[in-house]
Structure formats: C-alpha cells, structure tokens
Design a protein around this ligand. Structure first.
Ligand SMILES: [Zn+2]
Length: 250
C-alpha cells in the first residue's frame, strides 16, 4: 500500500498521457474522417452510392437505412470532332457514345430554338443560310447535335408509340418499325455535331419530304457549295427522302 502510494506521480502521469493520446486520436478522426469515406469522382462516375431511408411496405418493422447502388453508364469520352467528319454511320454502323469536343450554340437568327453544332460547320452553315436568303428562301436550322442519351429517349418514345397501335408485335418488330424513321442511339449522324436539319418558312419549319418544295430544290442545288451533302436522297436504302438532313463533309 505504502509502495503504491509512493508511485502516485507515475500513475497520475500515465493517466494524463493516456487522456492526451485519446484526445489526439479523436481530433485526428474528426479532421480526417472524410478521407476514410470513399467518394464519387466527377471524372469517373461508374456507380453512384445513395443512402435512402426506406419504410417497409407492411409497416410492421422499424424503418431501416438501406444502401441502393444506382448504376450510371460510364461518362462518354470527348472526341476530336475533326477526326470523325467522314466516319461512316448507318443502321449497321454505330458511333457508340461519341461526343464532340467543340460544340457551340448557333446564333438565334439562324435557328428556331437553342441548337448546338460543331464549331467546324458554323461558317459554312451561316454562308448557306445567307445565300438562300439572297435567293428569296428563308431557311433556319431546326435540329443539330443530338447526344447518345437524347437519341435513346427519342427512340424509346417512338417504340412505345408503336406499341400503342401494334400491341401484337414483338419488341424486336416494334423497334424495327420505329427504325424506319428514327435512328437507334449511336446510329444517328446528328451525334457527330456536324449534321443539321434545315427547313424553311415556306413549310412553317416542318420537316416535309417533298421534292417539289422550293427549299428542297434549293438545297439539292446549293448545299454542296457549302460542303454539305444530303445524306438521305430519294430512294436511299436507309430512310425516307430527307431533303432537310445535311451532313457537313469539310
Ligand atoms: Zn436529321
């Protein structure tokens, strides 16, 4: 007893040092705990972790915290648009999740809404529309860049519309029907950023497949002067005649 009492300064020092150590550990955890938690990175979002409280359907159990893994498609890489000017795209040939690296918004004078296109085509496009104006034809761009994701939504909408009027058809048959007038995601030239749909005040900026329309004739005769081609000519094997659909070829 006497001996323990005589060692009192030593065990008091031990307790004090233990407390200091504990405070140091807690301080370290408080300031650096974030680095122990795995976070999503904007540069590499393969999966998003969401913590959502859920309540059991039967409501007999205590609400629990459930982890739900939401899978997000890998972020599409940005490509050099110039390398894909003449890339072949068709119903058979996809461009995958290509995304151009040089999109700009067209001046509102030249478009019916906010439209993005590759910077590569801007000058020729403006020259073409100005030249038509000189010839008495008012043209505007009605559609430009369409992302892989936008095409996916569009195509799925067309498929569900077809399903309403053709309930006996299989999913593959419905997709084939929609594919006669709409490209599957990754199969549209609009994904390049170098392709536009152009229409005229003459047809109220609708997409009219009429070879006798003045604007269609003008584009047939003049588009190539500004490095554009009409991708879907009369009797092409892919789609209906699309006098409005112009792809820039550099
Ligand atoms: Zn088009």
């Amino acid at each position: 007893m006497n001996k323990v009492f005589s060692n009192k300064p030593i065990w008091i020092a031990g307790i004090v040092m233990g407390l200091i150590g504990l405070i140091l550990v807690l301080t370290y955890w408080f300031y650096f705990r974030d680095s122990f938690i795995v976070k999503n990175s904007d540069d590499n979002i393969d999966a998003k972790l969401t913590i959502t409280p859920t309540v059991s359907e039967t409501a007999t159990s205590i609400p629990s915290i459930t982890q739900i893994i939401v899978t997000i498609p890998p972020k599409a890489d940005m490509y050099n648009t110039a390398d894909f000017i003449n890339f072949p795209i068709s119903k058979q040939q996809s461009i995958g999740e290509f995304a151009p690296n040089d999109l700009i918004i067209l001046p509102s004078l030249y478009s019916t809404k906010t439209i993005r296109v590759s910077n590569l085509i801007k000058d020729d496009l403006i020259k073409l529309i100005d030249a038509a104006k000189t010839d008495g034809i008012t043209l505007k761009v009605v559609s430009g860049y369409r992302s892989f994701g936008e095409q996916k939504v569009l195509f799925n909408n067309y498929v569900s519309n077809e399903r309403k009027s053709n309930s006996s058809l299989s999913e593959a048959e419905l997709e084939a029907k929609a594919n006669t007038y709409s490209a599957k995601p990754g199969h549209s030239e609009h994904q390049l950023g170098t392709t536009v749909d152009i229409s005229s005040s003459e047809v109220n900026y609708q997409l009219i497949s009429d070879e006798n329309a003045k604007y269609a004739k003008w584009l047939e005769e003049n588009a190539s002067k500004y490095n554009f081609t009409i991708s879907f000519e009369k009797n092409n094997p892919e789609y209906i005649y699309e006098p409005w659909h112009l792809r820039w070829r550099g």
